[in-house]
Ligand binder design. Sequence first.
Ligand SMILES: [Zn+2]
Length: 144
Amino acid sequence: MASRARRAARGRSTGVRSADDSTRVATFTLSGYRSSPTRGTVTVQAFDRRQRIRRSCTALGRWWGVALACVFIPVAHFVLVPSFLAYGLWQFAQRIRTAELARNARGICPDCGTEQQFELAARWPAPQTVTCSRCQRGLRLSVV
Ligand SMILES: [Zn+2]
């Protein structure tokens, strides 16, 4: 009971947190050509070491499984099997380094005023550059 109250107090001070405490909603600013930046929100999921290892091994197993299935495809297996083995290793390396993953970034473009959902990089390095889907301008997304 005491830990729940402590977690709730921490959630109030650092933003909205979910029940499992690994997902939070962060606020960001969008800067464009105009001088007044706008704000938006993004859902950031954090992974601890164990979750990163599990995600990495899942990806590795999935792509190596696909490579194993491709062994039975004549001729194409000369290209498919090494490609999927290498892709599995690449996925493993990407996921083991991903400590935070950002999803559902919504905000208003400071240049044209369109509210939209932005495409983000797979990992969550901020600041990063996003593109407005309406005016096609590059916007700088930075965490508040
Ligand atoms: Zn725009």
